[in-house]
Write a protein that binds this ligand. Structure first.
Ligand SMILES: [Zn+2]
Length: 423
């Protein structure tokens, strides 16, 4: 098994990847200061964290402060007016595509495409980077989006043999099954926009709402060049890595070709400059509340929730299309102590749907629940045995987060014990 270059360094330190050694929780939501590495950070073989989820002097996280603006401060009527004036400059007169909407047909992309077409009179082309393994409900929602919603769509499915190799490496080297997927999915829309000569790319919800990047008051996602490949562009793709293995090494030791890798890698800046358009988030212009996106998608694009709740959380309508989704959240639980319920409950606190006490109870009950439903299929997909899988997982448990007793692994500082901790 090939191990990422960062591995030996990781095992020596108490808090892996430069995570803060003291676990702190936001006073408003249930997110901690152990923010997961970003996609950009994962593009380099040596992983280390560049910044932290900032807490202000009242102990409130950046994502909560951004959501305060969304909920209370922004004049949404003025923002919509701004949107209409902006779209007027791009709307095609002959019905040709004038905006590209990347998405899976989940609630957010379904609503984004639908609003742009039916409320704002645009002519969207939707593009989709396929999941590793479609769930039944994910495939149905994707089909409903196209058929009931009424959109043109290009579904791109990367070479399954290559994708399996990269995903397996991403699990064993990074414990991040989605890393190659995310890199490919983020650079894909720009490539399609250039191909179809579309000058506008619109996403739905803003990452800033989750404290990720930028601010909810920033409407444009970088400049044309900065946004090349969704902020992933670098001068030289050979510096990048997929699944924790450098591009050069993937060609040398794994028999992958430039062609195999090119669908994942961002465009080089010289080619990305062929795009003289803009990336925007509809969430900048329209108040974006996940639950409302869900109701909108149910009504307008035939979106369906799962009949049963997703493993690791209490909800039924977020991230449903890929059988690997549940594993992705379980890996963030292992690496950062932040599982699926933490993400969702934090967001619902910020939207004022639940209290912090309720969120803590949900996290205690569901976070880190092991995703059993597709486990066997995932192991087959990754060509790993169960023992191998759990051995990999244990390598990624940072000692400052986890302790092991007779019943197995326990978080040292779970949120429901936060008040018991010495200051
Ligand atoms: Zn918070």
């Amino acid at each position: 098994m090939t191990v990422g270059a960062g591995q030996s360094a990781l095992e020596k330190s108490e808090a892996y990847w430069g995570l803060p050694s003291k676990v702190r929780y936001c006073r408003r939501c249930v997110f901690s200061n152990q923010r997961p590495l970003s996609t950009n950070e994962y593009l380099h073989t040596t992983q280390s964290r560049k910044d932290t989820l900032a807490f202000d002097d009242q102990g409130v996280c950046l994502a909560c402060r951004q959501m305060d603006k969304v909920m209370n401060e922004i004049d949404w009527q003025a923002r919509e007016k701004e949107l209409i004036e902006f779209l007027d400059q791009y709307r095609s007169k002959d019905g040709s595509y004038d905006v590209l909407v990347p998405g899976s047909g989940g609630k957010d992309s379904a609503m984004a495409a639908h609003l742009l077409k039916y409320r704002y009179g645009m002519h969207p082309l939707t593009v989709t980077w396929a999941p590793h393994l479609y769930t039944d409900i994910g495939w149905k929602n994707f089909q409903n989006w196209i058929h009931q919603g009424g959109f043109d769509n290009y579904l791109f499915t990367p070479n399954g043999r290559v994708h399996r190799i990269l995903t397996r490496l991403a699990v064993t080297n990074l414990f991040h099954p989605f890393q190659p997927f995310i890199v490919g999915q983020k650079s894909f829309p720009l490539k399609m926009a250039i191909k179809f000569n579309i000058k506008l790319i619109f996403y739905g919800e803003m990452p800033a709402q989750y404290g990720d990047a930028g601010s909810v008051n920033e409407k444009k996602f970088g400049g044309a060049t900065a946004s090349a490949g969704y902020q992933l562009a670098v001068a030289d793709n050979r510096q990048l890595s997929l699944g924790g293995v450098s591009v050069e090494e993937l060609k040398k030791s794994y028999g992958l070709s430039d062609m195999d890798l090119s669908v994942y890698l961002p465009l080089e800046p010289s080619k990305a400059q062929a795009f003289d358009g803009e990336f925007h988030y509809l969430g900048y212009y329209v108040k974006w509340i996940p639950q409302e996106a869900y109701y909108y998608a149910v009504e307008n694009t035939g979106f369906q929730a799962n009949p049963e709740r997703s493993e690791g959380t209490y909800s039924k309508y977020n991230s449903l299309d890929d059988k690997i989704d549940g594993f992705h959240f379980w890996t963030t639980y292992v690496k950062y102590g932040i599982g699926r319920a933490t993400y969702e409950a934090s967001q619902e606190v910020r939207n004022r749907h639940i209290t912090r006490e309720e969120a803590v109870a949900l996290v205690r009950r569901f976070d880190g629940e092991f995703p059993k439903r597709y486990f066997k299929e995932i192991l087959d997909y990754l060509s790993l045995t169960e023992e191998e899988f759990f051995a990999v997982a244990d390598r990624f448990r940072s000692p400052h987060l986890w302790k092991q007793d007779n019943d197995g692994w326990k978080l040292r500082h779970p949120i429901w014990d936060e008040d018991k901790e010495p200051a």
